[in-house]
Design a protein around this ligand. Structure first.
Ligand code: SIN
Ligand code: MN
Length: 293
């Protein structure tokens, strides 16, 4: 899938592109059907909501589950990002966020690149977020909210929030959010939230400010979030475990477009459990490690 000049202009202006219903119900179902087994595993990569059993985030499903390994190589998702960067990309992060009915908790306002810079030493913002809805996203089940155009601010000041939810995040204070929403149009589209059927896809800039509120509806809001990083922009520090911030910088090789409905062979090396190496961390920057070796 290639982006048109209009879409490229829109991405530059707003910091995101929305593709409602890009994947068919049949394609989406192969992924949705694989979620309960993934979430039932008692592994470090399943982060549960604070004080609850419901899964907030599942990391690295593409290393564990064949349908997700195929999605990670899907040309409809990878090609537009390669086009935008003019360079091959690797998988920096892969999440299946639950936001389960009645249980799904908030995601405070943040920029993803803030975390990748502060924790992983990713050199620049040349990494893209892709969200794929596995359930319908509506106004009740905690849709993602964006401040359009906020990616133009670059990296804004953030603090490490270790208490609000079960997952640490570099979050942005409310005063700055109020100012940015006001500048983006205030009540007139200063906040937008793309909503649509299962199978919809959003591409959003790694500096775009976003958040989502809790899910008090009776409908799950399971979505996949993939972060594709330009290969030359790979992270320089392994401070977070490999199942959160990946260390395989090889370019993604796409499968054919029908890969979600046909059984192409894929490698799922963590299928039988996480290797000890995937839990190891180091605060020493990667280049220094190479020099010391
Ligand atoms: C995220 O920002 O990484 C997740 C937000 C959400 O799932 O609503
Ligand atoms: Mn995010």
């Amino acid at each position: 899938m290639r982006l048109t000049p209009d879409q490229l202009e829109q991405f530059d202006r707003d910091g995101y592109l929305f593709f409602p219903g890009l994947f068919s119900p049949q394609e989406t179902r192969t992924l949705t059907d694989a979620v309960p087994e993934l979430y039932s595993r008692r592994e470090a990569y399943n982060v549960r909501e604070k004080g609850k059993d419901a899964v907030r985030t599942n990391f690295a499903a593409h290393m564990v589950s064949e349908p997700f390994a195929r999605l990670a190589r899907h040309p409809r998702m990878v090609e537009p990002v390669v086009d935008l960067f003019g360079e091959a990309v690797y998988m920096h992060q892969f999440k299946v966020n639950g936001k389960m009915a009645f249980e799904g908790d908030v995601w405070q306002w943040h920029q993803d690149y803030g975390t990748w810079l502060n924790d992983d030493m990713m050199p620049t913002e040349r990494a893209m977020n892709v969200a794929i809805f596995l359930d319908e996203v509506n106004e009740y089940n905690g849709p993602l909210m964006f401040i359009p155009g906020s990616h133009k601010k670059g990296v804004v000041q953030a603090r490490h929030d270790l208490t609000t939810t079960s997952y640490p995040l570099w979050t942005v204070d409310h005063e700055l959010i109020a100012t940015l929403v006001d500048r983006a149009g205030g009540r007139d589209h200063g906040i937008v939230s793309p909503k649509g059927p299962a199978g919809s896809m959003i591409l959003f800039h790694s500096c775009l400010l976003h958040a989502s509120s809790s899910n008090l509806s009776p409908w799950n809001r399971v979505s996949v979030y993939l972060s594709l990083c330009a290969v030359s922009n790979h992270i320089r520090r392994f401070k977070r475990p490999e199942y959160i911030a990946h260390r395989d910088f090889r370019p993604i090789e796409c499968l054919p477009d029908d890969c979600l409905v046909r059984d192409y062979p894929v490698d799922v090396p963590w299928k039988d459990g996480l290797p000890a190496s995937a839990l190891q961390t180091s605060s020493v920057p990667f280049d220094e490690m190479k020099q010391a070796a």
